[in-house]
Design a protein around this ligand. Structure first.
Ligand code: URA
Length: 422
């Protein structure tokens, strides 16, 4: 088979066969197919698309290009959730212990913050002692004893996707639904869960800006999951405002703990609570073949009766985290410098550009622009007022925190452009 012929076929808008897709992905993995030929095929796919069958075959081929985790030994169904990335999205910290408290197995690899979006692994590392790098045996021991573990990405999962994603990044071929969906799902499938629930974010702070685009991506990922023999569902959630109030590692962990403990003031976190419950009810429903309403009832029950928080504490301790910080969340590292972003005029907040708010977090030190940049765990924002709220001139809309910057002007400028008051 010649790669030239495969490119030509896609250029002519024809569907590729299993043999052709597998030939390409094997050649990418081994390095035998040069980047310029893969780049040409990626562009042809971007322009001419892929049907459902081709997309499933591409996903399977990338899934099979490297290591695959086996989570069948824990005596329960392994579940995974994936968010397409947002601002203030700390749902994994709540959803996983919640569903595990109901009998699911949550053995998960998570990512780090990049650009305006946060990463679960950085958030967890803000808990003193918590270890995100476990040996395979340590990881298995934590899952076996707690039913849950979350570590950073390691191992050689879906290496073909790693190479193709890097190539897409520099050839303007990222924004193509079959390529995005197969990229995300190949990694999820290699990670070994039986049940995958996706949180496709939609709006100004998300990868997908419109509902229709988010829906197309969600449908494509769910059909891949099902096509690969998994139970799979997706929700589409709002990223036109940050999720919850906190943005930044320690601030977000504290907020997740508040929700898991039902602390006073939790009413302010109703959007976060609802997002977490929607994901959890879908996971539990698929896991135990239960109607959504019953799954919802059980999830609400375990959030209120403290069982989800108990599971959270057991898990954090098993991965080395110091529980005294969860008991007294005020003992988390505090930012050296604090500021307030105030309303410039009275009126209603009509719009928030969530990506710009996420970028304000990055300039305060709460995120990173390049892989490997350090993160200030104490940095970030607390969003006190959101879209639809009335504010008076001078009222605090956001509190700003940083230990690396005592000049908040750059963050304030981003917030000026992000928040519209009319
Ligand atoms: N995230 C991924 O892992 N892959 C994509 O293609 C886009 C976002």
């Amino acid at each position: 088979m010649l790669m030239y012929d495969v490119i030509e076929k896609k250029k002519q808008k024809e569907a590729l066969s299993r043999e052709e897709i597998e030939f390409w992905v094997k050649g990418v993995t081994s390095g035998e197919i040069p980047d310029y030929q893969s780049a040409a095929l990626l562009m042809a796919i971007c322009i001419n698309g892929m049907n459902e069958e081709e997309t499933v075959i591409l996903t399977e081929a990338m899934r099979d290009s490297g290591e695959k985790a086996d989570l069948s030994c824990y005596g329960g169904k392994a579940v995974d959730k994936h968010s397409t990335g947002g601002v203030g999205d700390k749902t994994s910290l709540v959803v996983l212990p919640l569903v595990v408290s109901l009998g699911c197995i949550g053995a998960k690899m998570s990512g780090r913050a990049l650009g305006h979006t946060g990463g679960t692994v950085d958030k967890l590392e803000s808990i003193p002692g918590y270890c995100t790098e476990l040996s395979e045996q340590e990881f298995r021991d934590v899952v076996a004893s707690q039913g849950i573990a979350i570590v950073g990405q390691s191992g050689n999962f879906a290496p073909a996707d790693k190479k193709l994603y890097a190539l897409r990044d520099v050839t303007a071929t990222v924004d193509c639904v079959p390529l995005i969906a197969s990229s995300i799902m190949s990694k999820k499938l290699a990670a070994g869960a039986d049940i995958i629930v996706l949180d496709v974010k939609c709006g100004s702070g998300a990868f997908m800006k419109t509902y229709d685009d988010a829906r197309t991506l969600a449908d494509c990922m769910v059909s891949i999951g099902k096509g690969c023999g998994k139970k799979c569902a997706a929700i589409i959630s709002d990223m036109d405002v940050p999720l919850g109030q906190a943005i930044g590692c320690a601030l977000e962990v504290k907020e997740a703990v508040k929700l898991l403990r039902n602390d006073k003031g939790c009413e302010e976190l109703s959007d976060l609570r609802e997002n977490c419950l929607k994901l959890a009810e879908n996971i539990v429903s698929l896991c135990f073949d239960m109607p959504l309403e019953e799954a919802r009832r059980r999830c609400e029950e375990n959030l209120i009766n403290g069982k989800a928080f108990e599971t959270f504490c057991g898990w954090i301790k098993a991965q080395g985290g110091d529980l005294s910080f969860l008991e007294d969340i005020d003992s988390f590292c505090k930012a050296e410098y604090c500021g307030e972003y105030k309303a410039k005029k009275s009126g209603m907040i009509t719009k928030m550009n969530t990506e710009s708010i996420g970028k304000a977090g990055v300039v305060l030190g709460a995120g990173r622009l390049r892989k490997g940049d350090p993160i200030d765990f104490s940095a970030g924002l607390i969003i006190c007022r959101k879209t639809g709220d009335n504010v008076k001139e001078g009222e605090v809309i956001a509190k700003l925190y940083s230990s690396v910057k005592n000049d908040f002007s750059e963050a304030e400028e981003l917030l000026d452009g992000a928040i519209e008051i009319e």
